[in-house]
Design a binder for this molecule. Sequence first.
Ligand SMILES: Cc1cc2nc3c(=O)[nH]c(=O)nc-3n(C[C@H](O)[C@H](O)[C@H](O)COP(=O)(O)OP(=O)(O)OC[C@H]3O[C@@H](n4cnc5c(N)ncnc54)[C@H](O)[C@@H]3O)c2cc1C
Length: 450
Amino acid sequence: MSSTLADALSAHVQGPVLVPGAPGYDDEVAAFNLAARIRPDVVVGATGVADVVAAVRAAREHRVPLRVQSTGHGAERPVTSGVLVTTRRLDEVVVDPASRTATVGAGARWGAVVERTAEHGLVPVVGSSSNVGVVGFLLGGGLGPLARSHGFGSDRLLSATVVTGTGDVVEADDGEHADLLWALRGGDAVPGVVVAVRIALVEVPALYAGALVFDTPHVETVLRGWLDWTAHADDLTTTSAAVVRMPPIDAVPEPLRGRTVLSLRVARPGPVDAGERAAAPLRALAPAMIDGLGPLAARDSDRIHGDPTAPAPVWTGGALLAGAADGFADAWLDTVGPGTEHPFVAVELRHVAGAGGRASGADAVAGRDAAFTLGLVSVGPEARASGPGAAERVLAAVAPWLADEANPNMSGALPGRWRADVAARLDEVRRRYDPDDVLGSRAAVPSGVH
Ligand SMILES: Cc1cc2nc3c(=O)[nH]c(=O)nc-3n(C[C@H](O)[C@H](O)[C@H](O)COP(=O)(O)OP(=O)(O)OC[C@H]3O[C@@H](n4cnc5c(N)ncnc54)[C@H](O)[C@@H]3O)c2cc1C
């Protein structure tokens, strides 16, 4: 079957069409998350819309599933059969400074977009890592270091070119195929392959940002102080606090090597003096072992979180919190604070209250009303085995504070969760654009969620 399918594809596709064992197959399917199981019967390295159309039509005709991969940062669902379309060759970025927009190919990473837009004094609204793919990020909504001042990344998704599950090419915007664009803004699994997106850019002429790193004896005080501070934080300042276990290896510089530290990240667009005033209460919480907070060019926002850029086997899980008052700090510290037993190298809370912007339901974003995101990261060959059970225990400990919805980008390997009316509408859109569920989007996301 796979050789018949591969033969049929080779006849119509310009890019590589590879089966397991063929030279180049392993590189073509490789994901950023090395723990991902990605072994399709055939991988198609798309070079343009026509390749994508051919792949979707062939998958539909042969009744096999089709999946899409850009960078593999979100490669949570195993791919064990069918066709995988890789988008990395669709990496064109065209900036229109006059309309403050960029048209971005589906295989581009945020870093490439930032590089092209910054020369015009503009930036996209990105996440903590510019190594992440543009389309995958937008499909989950997209919450970054400027979440509270600039909202979700997908708030600035203007239109998209999509090859639907029927193999038709459609341009989705707020006029035509508006329901499809609604679903692409945060609805996660798509009933088609996105080929390109057009996004609005923003101007961030000044940014006060970076991280304060506190050593183990101060973790509890700073975490409690920060949580109290968030209750009154000005609505331009986005902060997050990660307790990180630094491995005792040479690659980690002294004095961090082998320490459990708290990294308190801050980002506030606006002048330096206003940023300094906003951050002063955080600096006063305890003496920082590293003070990396100061003026930062928006194009360098990657430095705020300092996310890993090298592929590794990883398991991540996460959730949203409706709030973090009334004993949350005790529950969090008792479960994942310094000295507790768990397999996570980083446990993170991001304060995102106020990132709502749009009215809930105006798009398919899950978690507009959340106050915090919660993230758990384990790394290494054992991560997949130990992560899920440990995450279940952490989430049980903070159950009283969990939000009803779960944002797919912030949930890692755990499923996203939408309001029931949003989930029902997503299901409807998926049925319309991919009646045979070639993309498997209906199976990926349970409908009728809570
Ligand atoms: C280090 C790191 C930092 C992160 N930081 C943030 C952050 O700050 N904020 C945030 O919101 N999220 C963040 N994420 C989560 C990230 O946004 C999601 O995992 C996202 O799905 C990754 O997209 P990708 O294209 O890079 O990955 P991929 O694994 O290639 O794709 C992710 C999903 O999108 C689908 N997809 C990709 N391209 C297409 C396409 N063209 N058409 C249809 N479907 C497609 C894939 O099938 C897959 O299901 C982070 C993840 C990592 C690993």
